[in-house]
Design a protein around this ligand. Sequence first.
Ligand SMILES: *Cc1c(COP(=O)(O)O)cnc(C)c1O
Length: 385
Amino acid sequence: MKFATAAIHAGQEKDAKTGAVIPPIFQNSTYAQSGPGEHTGYEYGRTQNPTREAMEKNIAELESGTHGFAFSSGLAAISTVSQLFKAGDHIISTENVYGGTYRFFTQIMEKFGLKFSWIDTSDLQAIADAITPATKMIFVETPTNPMLVLSDLTAIARMCRENNLLLAVDNTFLSPYFQRPLEFGADIVLHSTTKYLNGHSDVIGGIIVVKSDTLAEKIGFLQNAVGAVPGPFDAWLVLRSLKTLPLRMKAHAKNAYKIAEFLQEHPAFHTVSYPDLPSHPQHALAMKQHLTPEGHFGSSGMVTCIVDSFEKAQNILRKLRVFTLAESLGGVESLVCHPASMTHASVPVEMRAKIGLSDGLIRFSVGVEDIDDLMQDIDQALKGV
Ligand SMILES: *Cc1c(COP(=O)(O)O)cnc(C)c1O
């Protein structure tokens, strides 16, 4: 099945009893057994739920994987991946990860004895230098949030194979429509489904997809043993949303490109970052990695730009009307955020300085509204800046 067809049909069969074309929401915690231990394959809601399974299979197929595991949030998915390891194990992580990922690794997992190296994973030599005999996994976010720095997945996957390490990729920013890390050799791909996969700002959720049976067995065990699973209604909402993923992603990218071009020309900004712009320092790598299933190049709706002070940023953010000032991203409605005081406030000031996350940085999550309204909104907010 091609991607757009899979987005609509994968993991879903017509309901056997009624022919309902959309899988029902199985809102139940347990299943009747005909005799002790004689069951239909469904025993208990944390362990198996048909609505959740449909969603897991759908995303697994879109990510070119074989097994999907759903979670109650993106962080619950990240937490479950880190429970593959034990005290003393070492993980190399992209230094500019989602703020909550950084907080989870440094404030929770370090307490349990996991060791982390925070590395600029766009620098292959820096990764090679950080590998020790205790290293077990490289955790990569590409492009990063909010700096939009890319890491070379093919090269890092090769490094992982040579050193017997797992490669996990947080693919939240692009969705499988624009990047499928398992195809580049990653072992684990994960998402906050809260963002593009659900895409309507009405669910918190997470997913892990793998392509190896051994890894699937381990993650499946953890999903049930740890128990951070989503409810059936949330799984159903994500499944509903996935049907329009290719349509939404194309519209996000088209609008974002126009906005990035416009911001780049405007004197108020000294840096505009969007991987599709030829001015992006890693544009060539983006063209190899950010590919739709049809082989076209494109990125998502995330654009960042920098003005020269917090006051200027504040001024613009207060004046925007169509763009809503809010955390999160990836919904059909346009959002704007000030990472230093919002999504990345939990990242220490020194780390923010190191990765270039300045107080003048503004992050746009460009939605799928009419481009004229979005441009007009930015234009009026920039008057006098
Ligand atoms: C939002 C986000 C997360 C965390 O997901 P939640 O669903 O909020 O727990 C992880 N990674 C990235 C890149 C994100 O944007």
